[in-house]
Design a protein around this ligand. Structure first.
Ligand code: CS2
Length: 495
C-alpha cells in the first residue's frame, strides 16, 4: 500500500504528474490581493484564475492573503494553514472525466478574531491593491425595500460604540481606510464577487454608509481613493463532501483536508475600474467591460433563479441534488418556460450574447451528474436570495403590468418549503437568517396564505400588489392540495 501524500509545499514534488501543480516559486509570490471570505466559490474561481495567471505569465505580483472575519472561518483557516495554503481543485466534466489542480495562489491567511491588528494592517498595507470579497448575498447589511444600511444589526451597533475594535467587514475596512489616509498611502479597489446586482455599487453603499456615521471625515478620502467595480462571477461549486476527499486520496494519493470540486464552466465579467492596478486576469479568461449590468442580470435571473426554482421544487418533491431536479422533465420544462416567458423579456440588449445558447447551456450545466450540487446548498439563505434572483424580475414585470405567474408559483413553493418536510416525509432544516420568521409565517399561511408575504425585509411592498397576491394565493392553494409535480404540470399545461 502506498502512503498518501499530505498536501503541503514540501511534498509538491511527490504529487503525481497527472495532477497540475504550481510550477512557479511560491516563496516569491507577493500578496497584493486580500480576500475576505475564503469559501469554495472563491477557491474555484478567483484563486484558481489567479493561480492560472501565475502559471501562464510568471507574474508573481498578485498573490492572495485570505482573511477570515468570523469564528466560523477557523475551519478553513486551520485546513489551509496545515497545507501551506495549498488545496486541490477537481474540475468535473459532463462526461465524468476529472482534472485535478493543486492551486498555489493563496500564500497567507489571517484569522481576524485571533489577530485583528494583523488583519487591519494587511488591508491597509501599501502592497495591498485589491480587497476582494465573497461575504454572501445577505452580508451587505442593507434593508430590502429602502436599501438603507441596517444600523440596528447587533454586531454593527455594538462595534460602532468601539470602532477601533472592529468585528464586521465594514468595521475592518473603515479601520484600514483610516490608516491609509493617516499614513498618506494610496487607495485600494474593493472587489465584490457576490451574486448581487450591481455588487460593487452595493458594496460602496454599505461601506460608505457605515463610514459616514463612524468617521464622517473619512468619506471624502474614500470617494477619491477607493473604487468598487461591479462584477459577475460564475462557476457552480457545491459543498465539499467526504466522498470528494476519499476519491482524491484513492485516485491521486493526495491527502487534502478540504479540496474543492466544481464544474468546467467559468465566467468572470468585471468593470475595469481599479484604483491602483490589477492582475492581467483577461489572459486567463476574465472579461473586462465598461458595463457589467446586462451580464449580471442574465446570470442572476437565469442561473441563480433557475437554481432556486429547481432547488425549491426538488426539495419539496424529495430530490437531493440539482441534477435530479434538472433531469426531471416536468421541472425542467417549467424552468424553461419561466426563463423564456418571464425572465428573457426583462434582459434587454445583451450585446452579442446568444441567449438561446446561454439557456440551453445552463440547463445542461444543471444536469451535470458529476457535480451533484446539493439542493440544501441552493435553498439555504433563500430569504437573501429570492429578492435578488426572482423578485427583481417580478417587480420589473409588475411595473409594466406583465404576468408573473411562474415566479409567483416559485415563491409559493418557497412558502411550502418552509413547512420543513418533503413529500417522502423526510424533514429538513430551514437554514436561513430568517428561519424562525419564515417557519412562523409559513405555518400561518395554511389558513391565511398572504401571511407569508408579510415579511417586509423580503417582499417589500409586494403584499399590496393585487396581481402578485392573487397569483401567489392561487399557486399556494394548489400546492397545499396536490403533490408539487402535479401542480407544476398544471402550470405547464396552461402555457
Ligand atoms: C447558487 C450559486 O447559491 C446559490 O443559490 O445559485 O451559488 C451558484 O451556484 C453560483 O452563483 C454559480 O456561479
Amino acid at each position: 500500500m502506498t502512503t498518501s501524500i499530505k498536501l503541503r509545499q514540501e511534498n509538491l514534488s511527490l504529487i503525481p504528474d497527472s495532477v497540475n501543480k504550481p510550477s512557479y516559486n511560491r516563496d516569491e509570490v507577493k500578496t497584493s490581493i486580500v480576500h475576505i471570505g475564503v469559501g469554495n466559490f472563491h477557491r474555484s474561481h478567483e484563486a484558481f484564475l489567479t493561480h492560472r495567471l501565475m502559471e501562464e505569465t510568471g507574474d508573481l505580483n498578485y498573490g492572495i492573503c485570505g482573511i477570515g472575519l468570523l469564528d466560523h472561518d477557523r475551519r478553513i483557516y486551520n485546513a489551509l494553514n496545515l497545507q501551506d495554503g495549498l488545496y486541490t481543485l477537481v474540475i468535473k466534466e459532463m462526461d465524468g472525466t476529472r482534472t485535478a489542480h493543486v492551486v498555489g495562489s493563496i500564500v497567507e491567511f489571517i484569522l481576524a478574531p485571533d489577530n485583528p491588528v494583523g488583519a487591519v494592517e494587511k488591508m491597509a498595507s501599501p502592497d495591498t491593491k485589491i480587497i476582494s470579497m465573497t461575504i454572501t448575498e445577505g452580508g451587505y447589511n442593507l434593508l430590502e425595500g429602502t436599501g438603507d444600511f441596517d444600523f440596528t444589526n447587533p454586531v454593527v451597533s455594538e462595534e460602532m460604540m468601539n470602532p477601533q475594535n472592529p468585528k464586521s467587514v465594514f468595521g475592518y475596512l473603515a479601520q484600514s481606510f483610516k490608516l491609509r489616509k493617516e499614513r498618506g498611502l494610496g487607495g485600494v479597489t474593493i472587489q465584490s464577487c457576490d451574486n448581487i446586482q450591481n455588487n460593487g455599487n452595493v458594496a460602496r453603499k454599505a461601506i460608505t454608509s457605515y463610514i459616514a456615521r463612524v468617521y464622517p471625515d473619512l468619506i471624502e478620502w474614500v470617494e477619491e481613493n477607493v473604487t468598487f467595480p461591479n462584477s459577475m462571477v460564475d462557476r457552480i461549486t457545491p459543498v465539499t463532501v467526504e466522498d470528494d476527499i476519499t476519491r482524491l486520496a484513492e485516485e491521486y494519493n493526495i491527502e487534502d483536508q478540504w479540496p474543492v470540486v466544481c464544474e468546467p464552466f467559468i465566467q468572470w465579467v468585471v468593470e475595469d475600474h481599479y484604483a491602483v492596478s490589477r492582475p492581467a486576469w483577461e489572459k486567463v479568461g476574465a472579461n473586462f467591460v465598461e458595463d457589467v449590468k446586462p451580464y449580471e442580470n442574465m446570470k442572476l435571473r437565469l442561473l441563480n433563479a433557475g437554481h432556486s426554482v429547481l432547488g425549491l421544487l426538488g426539495a419539496i418533491h424529495g430530490y437531493d441534488t440539482i441534477d435530479q431536479s434538472a433531469d426531471d422533465e416536468v421541472f425542467s420544462s417549467f424552468l424553461r418556460s419561466y426563463m423564456d416567458n418571464e425572465v428573457s423579456p426583462t434582459l434587454g440588449d445583451l450585446k452579442g450574447i446568444n441567449l438561446e445558447e446561454y439557456k440551453e447551456k445552463l440547463l445542461s450545466r444543471f444536469r451535470n451528474k458529476n457535480i451533484r450540487d446539493q439542493i440544501a446548498r441552493i435553498c439555504l439563505q433563500s430569504s437573501a436570495k429570492i429578492p435578488i434572483f426572482i423578485l427583481s424580475t417580478v417587480n420589473e414585470r409588475l411595473a409594466k403590468g406583465e404576468s408573473i405567474d411562474r415566479a409567483a408559483f416559485t415563491v409559493a413553493a418557497w412558502c411550502k418549503y418552509n413547512d420543513g418536510v418533503d413529500e417522502k416525509g423526510r424533514t429538513y432544516k430551514i437554514d436561513d437568517a430568517l428561519s424562525n420568521e419564515l417557519v412562523r409565517v409559513a405555518a400561518i399561511s395554511h389558513n391565511d396564505p398572504t401571511a407569508f408575504l408579510s415579511i417586509k425585509s423580503v417582499f417589500g411592498g409586494l403584499a399590496n400588489n393585487d396581481l402578485f397576491v392573487k397569483s401567489f394565493v392561487r399557486a399556494l392553494e394548489m400546492i397545499r392540495q396536490f403533490p408539487i409535480k402535479e401542480c407544476v404540470k398544471k402550470m405547464i399545461e396552461r402555457d
